[in-house]
Design a protein around this ligand. Structure first.
Ligand code: 4AZ
Length: 467
């Protein structure tokens, strides 16, 4: 059943009303139908039905005042634009009554009437807010628009909510507002009330970038060698070359897991609420996730308690196959210069030579350069294919769920468990691995072993969406 209208503003984004999601808050219970005219005809040639991956409702929406009645739907896949599926821009210039705009929707054609199958349209006249405030006894906010006719008769109605109020610039239509509320439908002196979108342009832009943004650091990495880290034998001891101190906050997804003020593992921020870490780190509720930290002896940007830890279903194999846990933060991380999530690779991405990979972590290192164990350090690392990795470690130890790199990245050299392996292409960093076990003795030949992220995308998605 059509629940609400909406408008396409980008291939991945539909804008609609926040009040549409009071009852059904779960993204997976929604579908967006684009390119439709007749809802009864499921074979329309230009229709596109796509799932919703995220609902971003305005945090200021109030059922009482009906302010901030705006929400964004991020689609599971981008819409293909054609003759019947196109985006609309937001009207940013002044909207002067008595300008005329159009409303469209599949809502009721009269108060308490049935919904319709064919898309309806009608022209409405914008009304000065003073008049509207008078009709609605002060319940009109400056971020609302009122439109209708003074004698009533043309209006949006139940089921039209979230749909567009489209206004013509002389060249094209732009989106002035969204159907929000009203008393009844088409009544005299009870115009339709719309969310005035130009007042929410910043919120819209921010919400879209926040959701889409990952894998970029405000402070670009530096002191990172152009060649992968190497190992050499210095007087009988294995030393890593090319491991350097990171520039502060150039890896803003790197977090320190701490218990009683002591760092015990690294983790990786994958979105505002979630950190991915190694299961063998054994993170516990009440431990602290420390974000935006470079030198562990000094203040961090944020510390958030661990709210809950989720692990994958384990089989009994040893070493464990699925050495990952997802940590839900007690409160969302505040993204900023020093705190920012990494991207997760899409299902069909594989690392190959077109990527450059880096591992980062804290702790004791055996390096040629002097690197403080308290400061985050970094090393470019080269990948080792699974066949080569198996031939060194043995067939049984290296599973398809692993990813191997040059030994220089091994735990004992980098000194950190749970540390991320991130790979970069086109300036965006994706998380491909999390340090699991490796050569304990900083072995010259044994590759470092990471748990591969590619195969656990679904688990991450399901866990972080459902809970
Ligand atoms: C509704 O219930 C609704 N006349 C939408 C718009 C208006 C009234 C009710 C405006 O979705």
């Amino acid at each position: 059943m059509p629940a609400c209208g909406g408008a396409i503003i980008a291939p991945l984004w539909v804008i609609t009303a926040a009040h549409c999601f009071l009852r059904f808050k779960d993204a997976s219970s929604w579908i967006v139908m684009a390119g439709k005219h007749d809802l009864d005809n499921s074979n329309e040639s230009f229709q596109q039905l796509v799932g919703v991956s995220k609902i971003v409702s305005h945090q200021g929406y109030s059922m009482r005042t009906k302010e901030f009645d705006v929400a964004l739907l991020k689609l599971r896949e981008p819409l293909q634009y054609n003759q019947y599926v196109r985006p609309i821009e937001i009207w940013m210039r002044p909207l002067h009554p008595p300008m005329r705009c159009s409303i469209t929707g599949w809502g009721s054609t009269r108060e308490n009437g049935p919904r319709v199958n064919l898309l309806q349209e009608v022209n409405v006249t914008l009304m000065p807010l003073d008049n509207c405030t008078h009709f609605y006894k002060g319940r009109i906010q400056p971020s609302m628009l009122c439109a209708g006719e003074s004698e009533g008769g043309v209006d949006a109605c139940q089921g039209d909510s979230g749909g567009p109020l489209s206004c013509y610039t002389g060249e094209r239509y732009q989106l002035g507002g969204l159907v929000s509320w009203g008393v009844g439908c088409g009544r005299v002196h009870k115009p339709g009330v719309y969310t005035k979108l130009q007042d929410h342009a910043d919120w819209i832009a921010n919400a879209m970038t926040r959701v889409l943004s990952c894998g970029k650091a405000e402070t670009p990495p530096c002191r990172l060698g152009s060649l992968p880290a190497t190992l050499s034998d210095v007087g009988g001891e294995v030393r890593a070359g090319g491991v350097t101190e990171a520039c502060p906050y150039s890896w803003p997804w790197q977090v320190s897991l701490q218990s009683e003020g002591r760092h015990y593992c690294s983790g990786t921020l994958i979105n505002r609420r979630w950190v991915l870490a190694a299961h063998h780190c054994n993170a516990k509720m009440g431990d602290m996730v420390v974000l935006g930290v470079h030198d562990l002896r000094f203040m961090a940007s944020q510390s958030v308690p661990v709210d809950e830890v989720f692990e994958q279903a384990q089989d009994s194999s040893f070493p464990p196959n699925n050495d990952l846990s997802l940590i839900r933060l007690g409160e969302p991380a505040r993204s900023g210069d020093s705190v920012f999530p990494v991207c997760l690779p899409d299902d069909d991405i594989e690392v190959d030579d077109s990527w450059t990979c880096v591992t980062t972590g804290w702790g004791q290192t055996k390096t040629l350069e002097k690197v403080s164990p308290h400061s985050l350090h970094q090393a470019r690392v080269s990948l080792v294919n699974l066949t080569a990795c198996r031939s060194i470690w043995g067939e049984d130890l290296i599973k398809d769920t692993h990813l191997c790199t040059h030994p220089a990245a091994a735990v004992s050299c980098m000194g950190d468990a749970g540390a991320p392996l991130v790979c970069q292409k086109h300036g965006l960093y994706f998380l491909f691995g999390v340090v699991t076990w490796g050569s304990r003795h900083c072995d010259l030949i044994k590759p470092a072993v990471f748990t591969s992220i590619a195969d656990v995308r679904l688990w991450i998605k399901d866990t972080t969406e459902d809970v």
